[in-house]
Ligand binder design. Structure first.
Ligand code: UT7
Length: 326
């Protein structure tokens, strides 16, 4: 059977680290509140003009290097982002140019915090169909310039960064075993950025209003996240024919340490089998899982043959899960 095997991973973080202490000077918050309620100690912040492609391209380059291939070997580039360089064209096309290639099909996937998981399912389907053999999948976000520093609930939550993987068609039992995707559009205003699309175009009148920044109903999102994470991780294990005990490492989307701990407790996974980096990078939306995956690989947290569980929940609402056999 042909499967999509992850043969390379990489990540890139912007240079500037914004600590909670720095945020205390920018908005009405405290280091103690942020750490207690979210688990976040710091986040990386892109410089002015440092767009999603500028983070995504070096992450992609590292993933290509770790796969031992060059950009010319890639059949398809998928970029998962909600904070792409432009309204259009796709950030995947910008990354293609930065990688020095041309001709390779390239497009974006927008499923917010579940973007990488939707991209993974798309890449997996392309590979299993036989259409493409080598796919570069990038998650990249610059969220910190989309928040309003007068809204302390969202101002402290997000970080900027990018992660990337290379998937290759291979015969055998290794690779992406299952992917499951869900959405509930009736919850689209639980986490959203209202202006800038065709519904509320940016105009002179609304350019300086909070329509141009992220809005979030945090408590509602929190409760729904825990419920869906628990359900979708169980679906993933059942579909792969494994039990939670077989999962060597769970890499959840990093939205809040309390969500991660609540889910771990409910699905019966001990902390040492759950990857956490929210303390250092905060919520990097669609970049969160590939960034964590690369850090886990480079820290030798994943061994050959391991079952890795991935799951996300975010705006849309969207949620997703997958099992990868390493
Ligand atoms: O990645 C997509 C998915 N995202 C999520 O899943 C996010 C889910 N939600 C959350 O992580 C949490 O709901 C938050 C971290 C956003 C908020 O935590 P919470 O425990 O739900 O706090 P809350 O909204 O109930 O607010 C409690 C208090 C309020 O003050 P009062 O009304 O009790 O006086 C807030 O105004 O905490 C206050 N507060 C803050 N205080 C200091 C809210 N944000 C802050 C802040 N610093 N940054």
């Amino acid at each position: 059977m042909i499967r999509a095997r992850i043969v390379g991973t990489g990540h890139h973080l912007p240079q500037h680290i914004r600590t909670n202490a720095e945020l205390e000077k920018m908005c009405d918050t405290t280091d103690a509140w942020i750490q207690q309620r979210t688990g976040i100690q710091q986040r990386h912040v892109a410089a002015p003009g440092e767009a999603a492609s500028a983070l995504g391209a070096p992450a992609a380059q590292r993933a290509l290097e770790s796969a031992g291939i060059t950009a010319a070997d890639v059949d398809l580039i998928l970029c998962c982002t909600t904070t792409g360089d432009y309204q259009f064209p796709a950030t995947a096309c910008v990354i293609q140019e930065l990688l020095g290639i041309t001709g390779t099909p390239s497009f974006d996937v927008n499923a917010a915090c579940s973007g990488f998981m939707y991209g993974l399912a798309t890449a997996d389907a392309f590979i299993r169909s036989g259409l493409y053999k080598t796919i570069l999948l990038v998650g990249t976000e610059v969220c910190t310039n989309r928040v309003d520093y007068d809204k302390r609930d969202t101002a402290v939550l997000f970080g900027d960064g990018a992660g990337a993987i290379v998937l290759r068609a291979e015969e055998g039992e290794r690779g992406v075993l299952t992917t499951h995707l869900w959405a509930d559009g009736s919850g689209r205003e639980v986490l959203w950025l209202p202006a800038g699309g065709s519904k509320i175009p940016v105009t002179r009148d609304n350019v300086d209003t909070d329509l141009n920044t992220i809005h979030m109903k945090g408590k509602e999102l929190f409760k729904r996240a825990v419920t869906e994470f628990v359900a979708c991780t169980k679906v993933a294990c059942d579909a792969a024919g494994i039990s939670m005990d077989d999962v060597a490492l769970f890499i959840p989307h990093q939205a809040n340490i309390r969500i991660i701990e609540a889910v771990g407790e409910r699905i019966g996974l001990p902390a040492e089998r759950i990857f956490v980096n929210i303390d250092k990078v905060a919520n990097c939306t669609a970049a969160s899982i590939p960034l964590a995956l690369d850090q886990a690989v480079r820290a030798d947290r994943i061994a050959d043959g391991d079952y890795v569980l991935l799951a996300s929940f975010g705006a849309g609402l969207t949620w997703a899960s997958a099992i990868v056999r390493w």
